[in-house]
Design a protein around this ligand. Structure first.
Ligand code: MN3
Length: 210
């Protein structure tokens, strides 16, 4: 049996992101939603292993959607929790540095970037994510929407830096149907230091690949 995936611990209390995201949302989102992706991923992988052992190619192919969905859910949420931080503990503060300079070079200012990001994330139909990512091919920061739980790198080849979950479960209990209000508020708890670390790692990968 291969190693099972496990639910990572939240790096802060459920209520630590209030008032931007309620403790009730965070607890459900982490303990129920993310946990379900992890459990269902492990179940699908176990079945896949069995199918592989049986050389049952049909079953292997039919399991791919469950692996993509639940595996993507696990990847995305694992990044999302670290992309957030309480206000007063780094949340919402983008320090001057390489990331800030790159955002300003691409979009003019942080405010203009947020405006552009929200204009893509807001109308995204159904369930999905909106990402700030680094594209190795163009060597630029990009804003990239993804549907369902499609993971950014595996489906688009773009390195994820900051992901905002726009599934209704991420905001509905607090913001009801008004996704734009959630998108306006969430920037107050974005952990820019984490995003910056991911950016440096992405640039390092690029340098190492040359
Ligand atoms: Mn979610």
């Amino acid at each position: 049996m291969s190693k099972k995936f496990t639910l990572p611990e939240l790096p802060y209390d459920f209520s630590a992101l209030e008032p931007v995201i309620s403790g009730e949302i965070m607890e459900l989102h982490h303990q129920k939603h993310h946990n379900a992706y992890v459990n269902n991923l492990n179940i699908a992988l176990e079945k896949y292993e069995q199918a592989e052992a049986n050389e049952d190619l049909t079953q292997m192919i039919s399991l791919q959607q469950a692996i993509r969905f639940n595996g993507g859910g696990h990847i995305n949420h694992s990044i999302f929790w670290t992309n957030l931080a309480p206000n007063g503990a780094g949340g919402g503060e983008l320090a001057g540095g390489e990331l800030k300079r790159s955002i300003e070079a691409c979009w003019g200012s942080l405010d203009q970037f947020i405006q552009k990001f929200n204009s893509i994330a807001g109308p995204l139909q159904g369930s999905g994510w909106c990402w700030l990512g680094y594209c190795n091919a163009t060597r630029r920061l990009v804003i990239e929407p993804c549907v369902n739980q499609d993971p950014l790198f595996a489906t688009k080849g773009v390195i994820p830096l900051l992901g905002i979950d726009v599934w209704e479960h991420a905001y509905y209990l607090q913001y009801k149907n008004v996704r734009p209000d959630y998108l306006k508020a969430i920037w107050g708890v974005v952990n820019w230091q984490n995003v910056e670390e991911r950016y440096h790692a992405a640039l390092g990968t690029e340098k190492a690949a040359k």
